[in-house]
Design a protein around this ligand. Structure first.
Ligand code: ADP
Ligand code: ZN
Length: 530
């Protein structure tokens, strides 16, 4: 059999394998199953392309690659053709005639790698064709790309992926390699279980992207913060700005353009030809900033994206990691910058609470959101936190906002207890709950119309927190919501509700740490511990 090293240099023109590639390729060529976790840009494709070529040349037949995205298939097949490898795809862009031609080639064994969408692979017709190859010993390998799509806990669940278990049941003995760039422990378990990869060897790469500098800022005026970030640090450079909604994408793109940034919008509501045009410009021209919803990005291989900015909080750390991972694929310094505030927390909670999902599912989603909030509120190394989430231990990186400018922390426990007891007392007195603004007014001793209307100036904590600024208290509220010691009831005007977790804070068993910058920027002096 041709050694993998020769295929690497002769077919792909690369000198050496990267990281775990060589081990993975040896294992798969040898007929073993594999689960590969490697960050974006790590070089997953070669992990199945080289075994496909090696096994094909050894007379073992074709490799079927399951891929969820048409654009991705086109790119990969195009690149393989350039390298002189027989590759094809089967998807909805082909006419009946074209698809037939591919199937003929497939059955004649004239293809080394066949890319297909999961829903295509699991059709009876296609499975029958695979049967016929299998009987002749001409099925070399199954590669399942973006394997996290099988997990409903991931950010990109595709039910069709579940049906891929058939590959193991029907074609026992044909090796399988599943690959993904995003997998926390839960998702990983799901992949193993649903794709029946219990016997597969797991190759887990470091998820660290040392050239990316992570920074998370408190949201004040997001648009001007973004403008400052771009003009100070990335003037004229390519980047992606992620926003929650289509409307916001449009607004931000427009504002950036008015300020002289070469920005384009991208979201699922735009006409396909507009989307394509914007994507082409982003890939081709220098220094284009794409303002997008998460509809943009998967399969985009642009090496010199110098920054990824989040103007709204993603749903979870996997999403954040995958999106920020699109920066700096060339290995040169890049920024992952996010602005987030209390409203983000409220919005994300509300989306979960008001969603259609069953309660147990919502619990998982809340847990994942909490982990992201903890990352956002962290006062220590972001990278340590991020990698820890993926099960990887590391040392402070020296290249994130918290490492570069260690935030002073102040003890917000007192403020937290006062807030919680105000919420409790107001609820006791009035029998209903109130929102953040009103609770803060009471604690700060502001006798607003509403405070007077409900007689809340008689609450015993009225004015007890006069030394705290509104901004400080917002920080405390974010933390409390982040750690589950306070809930926002989206079905009742975003009122604040005590939770099981409130008790530990009220009883002083749990401390609340906040970054000093929050306090310093408002000039607040009291309420800080030494
Ligand atoms: P992933 O799918 O993990 O995001 P890709 O397979 O697209 O990553 O690889 C990312 C880039 O790295 C591609 O341009 C690929 O050609 C390149 N690459 C992969 N392996 C090597 C290698 N051993 N040497 C040099 N370049 C490599
Ligand atoms: Zn760090």
């Amino acid at each position: 059999m041709l050694p993998p090293q020769s295929i690497l240099s002769e077919v792909f023109g690369y000198a050496a394998f990267r990281g775990p590639q060589a081990d993975i390729i040896d294992h798969v060529i040898g007929g073993g199953d594999a689960l590969v976790l490697m960050p974006t840009g790590g070089g997953k494709s070669l992990c199945y392309q080289i075994p496909a070529i090696a096994r094909q040349r050894a007379g073992k037949g074709i490799t079927v690659v399951v891929s969820p995205l048409i654009a991705l298939m086109h790119d990969q097949v195009g690149a393989l053709h350039e390298a002189g490898v027989e590759a094809a795809f089967l998807n909805s862009t082909l006419s009946g005639e074209e698809a037939n031609a591919v199937e003929k080639k497939l059955l004649r064994g004239e293809i080394t790698l066949l890319y297909a969408a999961p829903e295509r692979i699991t059709t009876p017709r296609f499975l029958a064709q695979l049967d016929s190859l299998h009987e002749r010993g001409q099925l070399a390998l199954f590669a399942i790309d973006e394997a996290h799509c099988v997990s409903q806990w991931g950010h990109d669940f595709r039910p069709e992926y579940r049906a891929l278990a058939v590959l193991h049941e029907r074609f026992a003995g044909v090796p399988r390699i599943a690959l993904t760039a995003t997998a926390d422990a839960l998702t990983r378990e799901d992949i193993v279980q649903h794709l029946q990869l219990q016997e597969a060897r797991q190759f887990i790469s470091s998820f660290d992207r040392p050239n990316i500098r992570y920074a998370i800022a408190e949201k004040k005026d997001a648009t001007s913060q973004l403008l400052r970030f771009i003009s100070n640090e990335h003037d004229g450079e390519a980047g992606i700005v992620y926003c929650q909604s289509r409307k916001r994408v449009e607004e931000i793109a427009q504002t950036l353009c008015q300020e002289g940034v070469d920005a384009l919008p991208y979201h699922a509501g735009l006409e396909p030809d507009v989307r394509q045009r914007h994507q082409d410009r982003f890939l081709r021209d220098e220094g284009v900033v794409m303002v997008a919803t998460i509809a943009f990005g998967m399969g985009i291989d642009k090496p010199d994206v110098r920054f990824v900015a989040h103007l709204d909080l993603p749903k979870n750390i996997e999403g954040y990691y995958q999106e920020t991972g699109r920066a700096g694929r060339d290995g040169l310094p890049a920024d992952a910058w996010m602005a987030y505030g209390l409203q983000d927390v409220v919005n994300q909670r509300r989306m979960i609470d008001e969603g259609e999902a069953p309660e147990e599912f919502k619990q998982v989603l809340r847990g994942k959101l909490d982990a992201l909030l903890a990352l956002a509120e962290a006062t220590d190394c972001r990278r340590v936190r991020l990698l820890d989430y993926f099960g990887e231990q590391s040392q402070p990186c020296g290249n994130c906002d918290n490492c570069l400018n260690p935030p002073q922390v102040w003890d917000g426990t007192d403020a937290a207890r006062k807030l919680l007891s105000t919420i409790y007392r107001v609820q006791q007195q009035s029998g209903i709950s109130f929102g953040a603004g009103h609770i803060m007014d009471i604690l700060r001793g502001k006798a607003t119309e509403k405070v007077k209307q409900f007689g809340h100036e008689r609450i015993s904590t009225f004015g007890l927190g006069a030394e705290f600024s509104e901004q400080q208290l917002r920080g405390v509220l974010r933390q409390l919501i982040g750690i589950g010691a306070l809930a926002v009831d989206a079905s009742a005007f975003n009122t604040l509700q005590l939770t099981e977790g409130s008790r530990a804070v009220l009883k002083g068993e749990r401390t609340i740490e906040l970054r000093e910058s929050v306090a310093a920027s408002t000039g607040g002096k009291k309420g800080r511990a030494a």
